[in-house]
Ligand binder design. Structure first.
Ligand SMILES: CCCCCCCCCCCCCCC(=O)SCCNC(=O)CCNC(=O)[C@H](O)C(C)(C)COP(=O)(O)OP(=O)(O)OC[C@H]1O[C@@H](n2cnc3c(N)ncnc32)[C@H](O)[C@@H]1OP(=O)(O)O
Ligand SMILES: CCCCCCCC/C=C\CCCCCCCC(=O)OC[C@@H](O)COP(=O)(O)O
Length: 252
């Protein structure tokens, strides 16, 4: 019987190896099929990544996919718990949707290459000015190229079972492009995944795509309210999906 620490390290290493090897094998396919960096590669990447859950005994229960069916572009915002989120992302990712990621991801070898080929938008989190410039450019191109953009508004991974305060970039982007915000919430991983306790077992993840929040007519003055509204809705949903004790009491 392996100790929990060894077992955890082995499972995480296997996950990373799977990402590295699959990326190395998928990158040439993307290049052959689509010729270079394009969001179309995400369809190929998605097909590969959707098989990963079977290796780890993870199950996804998805509700509200119909909420993605908005006409034209949108900003999708979701909670970010772990590097495992990549599986949950690919489970529901709509076509023609790119993600915003930290630029450090570009330097992860084959994984960086596949992320680059998939059209991920890289931002420098250490420079608000340059991040804002990149986001403003995205606001323009998402309309002309008709793509959706997926942002993790917490800006970093957080596996506490709660949300970190939201950064405002995603909501500025939505208002600048006058496109709806679609929140997506994943139930807390804490029952089956906790790096501090060396816990990583099989488990079920509930996912809910919430109704789009319109931003037509909103200006930069409304960004804070929009951010708060999304935060509150997503936090309530997170607690409901995760069976949070205080929420469970309130709703019973
Ligand atoms: C085959 C197997 C292969 C595997 C392949 C898998 C592929 C999957 C790819 C998955 C990629 C996932 C990547 C995930 C990540 O990397 S998450 C981390 C990076 N993402 C983010 O950080 C996004 C969220 N962050 C933001 O939106 C921030 O707001 C940011 C733009 C980065 C700026 O950060 P910061 O300075 O910390 O921000 P604040 O929000 O506090 O803003 C400061 C003030 O500036 C104002 N602001 C912000 N943005 C804008 C804007 N666009 N226009 C105008 N003004 C803006 C903001 O309002 C603040 O001012 P006030 O306080 O309101 O006065
Ligand atoms: C051949 C060279 C090998 C290099 C090693 C590469 C190892 C890569 C291992 C695993 C890849 C996991 C999938 C990556 C996609 C998930 C993106 C992600 O979750 O990034 C974290 C970022 O959102 C927030 O960063 P921080 O929480 O602030 O930090």
């Amino acid at each position: 019987e392996l100790s929990p620490a060894v077992n955890f390290a082995l499972r995480i290493s296997f996950y990373c190896l799977l990402c590295v090897v699959s990326s190395a094998l998928t990158a040439p396919v993307c290049l052959l099929v689509n010729g270079g960096r394009t969001v179309k590669n995400m369809r190929i990447i998605k097909t590969v990544v959707k098989t990963f859950k079977y290796f780890f005994g993870l199950r996804f229960e998805v509700k509200g996919l119909e909420n993605f069916k908005v006409e034209g572009p949108a900003i999708i915002v979701s909670n970010h718990q772990s590097i495992l989120d990549m599986m949950g992302l690919m489970e529901v990712l709509p076509d023609d949707c790119v993600q915003v990621g930290k630029k450090e991801l570009m330097y992860t070898g084959s994984v960086g290459l596949i992320i680059y080929l998939g059209g991920v938008i890289f931002i420098n989190r250490k420079s608000t000015t340059s991040a804002k410039m990149v986001m403003a450019e995205v606001a323009k191109t998402m309309t002309t190229e008709n793509v959706k953009v997926w942002v993790y508004p917490e800006g970093t991974r957080n596996c506490t079972g709660d949300l970190l305060p939201f950064k405002k970039g995603a909501f500025h982007l939505a208002v600048q492009a006058q496109v709806p915000v679609i929140p997506v919430v994943y139930s807390s991983f804490t029952t089956f995944y906790n790096p501090k306790k060396n816990l990583f077992t099989s488990g079920k993840i509930k996912v809910e795509v919430l109704p789009p929040i319109e931003t037509k007519g909103l200006t930069s003055d409304d960004v804070s309210d929009l951010t708060d509204r999304c935060f509150r809705t997503m936090r309530e949903t997170l607690f409901r999906l995760s069976g949070h004790p205080s929420e469970a009491k309130e709703s019973s």
